[in-house]
Design a protein around this ligand. Structure first.
Ligand code: HEM
Length: 494
């Protein structure tokens, strides 16, 4: 563990804290002395910025549109906030260099601080609770831990299939993102916290999900509001957001209280047990009750929203690519044989299903961007000086479509891009759905195991029929989700 503490030290935490850096939003004007070399959209309006033609509800897709025109590094300014975006493979590769850059907590992530505080996702690199919680919780994602979650994942998938069997029998189309959200919320709640939200027994989303979507959407909205007008424009929204946060806190407090009240002999060794009972192996320090609350919310939210989107996009592509679906199904039949319930080891062997998932996450990384800040003064791409603490947003969703890395037709869905030889032929750091470096996603293996298992179970059991006329629309609430995606199901025999 001591070795882990060394190797996973978030860059920046061994350095003086950022007390000497300005607090709050750090605009690009101060940190990028040669900003004029970076293109911005034409028709910039004095004082307000690049606001003509922007679509406030889809800032990521707007940035994709602009980035395609302006090139691998560009900037946008709105209401006094100027931000540098990077999506070119070479420049993104530099930003992944942990000796020069580290995670930046800004924009949407910073806007989540009122709800997630110094929880793992939103902690600043210099906050001591990051390393403490990382070291205590990382074993909760070890191979052994994952094998322990597998039966619970199967059980929740069984609930989904019972629900889908009913829809198939009635000839009813299913709400894919809605049902994937039920599945992934139940999975993280059961495996991590021994809690059952009863999502599949409800017609409507659990209020926890409604409150979570409210806070995520609010965090996104605050990014695109003029700061001076935000208190006025968002007054009602701020009140609703405070109520959403209070609801999330209450729910989490109940989950924790129930565990504390439970008989100690029923210890499960899950994430919540680790949070409550495990001391840091080197320092003996423990997580405080307030920090546990932050971590539980973090894991319940980060642990399901993005995986739900990833599964939804993958089902969309499978339904529209019967050749891919057939090949994936053949692999499942071959690897699982007649087994109704696959063992833990049989999931990682589904190499092609995993490629389908990777290719879906390439086109629509459900956490579409992450921010990186300079650890000291440096020069990006040999031409753009960056001061210590200045930052850029890596637009993963466009990096994943850079023709330099992905070839002439990056918009095409083709899982064979993830065949081993194709992966080896590409430069490093061009596929980043889980972020990068010490602050990359701790739940990556969890998400991949869950999503591969569920996709395999579903495509073995159903034929997927797209609704005629549906064209993919992507909704944004910090994360990405296919909007209004419904599929008809035909139960296969056997
Ligand atoms: C397909 C599913 C997922 C995607 C696309 C995803 C994506 C990401 C990304 C991009 C980051 C880095 C963000 C940044 O640099 O600011 C991240 C961090 C994180 N993710 Fe995930 N995630 C997924 C699933 C999960 C799951 C299942 C869990 C928990 C069970 C989880 C928990 C976390 C946590 C706690 C962090 C913060 C890690 C740290 O900074 O130490 N994620 N995730």
């Amino acid at each position: 563990m001591a070795a882990m503490a060394q190797t996973t030290q978030p860059t920046g935490s061994a350095e003086p804290g950022p007390g000497d850096l300005p607090k709050g939003f750090r605009g690009a004007e101060a940190g990028w002395p040669q900003l004029h070399r970076i293109p911005h959209p034409p028709r910039r309006v004095p004082l307000v910025g690049d606001v003509l033609g922007v679509r406030l509800r889809t800032p990521v897709q707007d940035s994709m549109r602009i980035g395609r025109r302006l090139g691998p590094v560009f900037r946008r300014k709105a209401f006094g906030k100027e931000i540098v975006f990077v999506w070119g493979a070479r420049l993104a590769g530099e930003l992944a260099d942990e000796t020069r850059f580290a995670k930046h907590v800004g924009l949407g992530v910073a806007n989540l601080r009122p709800v997630a505080g110094d929880g793992l996702f939103t902690a600043y690199n210099h906050e001591p609770n990051w390393q403490l919680a990382h070291d205590i919780l990382a074993p909760g994602f070890s191979r052994d831990a994952m094998a322990g979650y597998h039966p619970l994942m199967l059980d929740v998938a069984g609930q989904l299939m019972a629900h889908w069997d009913g829809a198939a029998a009635a000839g009813r189309a299913v709400d894919v993102p809605g049902d994937m959200t039920k599945l992934t919320l139940e999975t993280i709640a059961r495996t991590g916290f021994g809690h059952d939200f009863g999502s599949f027994r409800r017609d409507r989303p659990h209020p926890f999900v409604t409150a979570m979507v409210g806070t995520l959407s609010h965090a996104q909205r605050r990014n695109v509001m003029p700061p001076a007008l935000a208190p006025l424009l968002l007054r009602g929204a701020e009140r609703r957001n405070a109520a959403d946060i209070a609801y999330l806190n209450r729910t989490v407090d109940e989950v924790v209280a129930a565990r504390r009240a439970a008989d100690a002999s029923g210890a499960r060794g899950d994430l919540l047990d680790r949070m409550l009972d495990v001391a840091h192996p080197d320092t003996g320090e423990r997580l405080s009750p307030e920090n546990i609350r932050r971590q539980v919310i973090t894991f319940l939210v980060a642990g399901h929203e993005t995986t739900s989107g990833a599964l939804s996009f993958a089902l969309h592509y499978l339904a529209r690519h019967p050749d891919v679906l057939t090949r994936a199904r053949e692999e499942v039949d071959q690897v699982w044989g007649r087994a109704q319930t696959p063992g833990y080891e049989q999931v990682a062997k589904l190499r092609y299903v995993r490629r389908v998932l990777d290719e879906s996450l390439r086109l629509w990384p459900t956490a579409p961007a992450f921010a990186r800040e300079a650890r000291q003064d440096t020069v990006l791409g040999g031409v753009h000086p960056v001061r210590r603490g200045a930052w850029a947003l890596v637009l993963a969703v466009l990096l994943h479509r850079d023709p330099e890395a992905w070839g002439a037709r990056p918009e095409e869905f083709d899982p064979d891009r993830f065949a081993p030889a194709a992966v080896r032929a590409r430069p490093p750091h061009v596929f980043k759905p889980f972020g990068t470096g010490a602050r990359a996603c701790i739940g990556r293996q969890f998400a991949l195991h869950e999503a591969t298992l569920v996709l395999a179970l579903l495509l073995r059991r159903y034929d997927l029929v797209p609704e005629p006329g549906y064209r993919l629309r992507v909704a944004e609430r910090l994360t990405l989700m296919p909007e209004g995606l419904r599929l008809r199901l035909i139960r296969r025999s056997g």
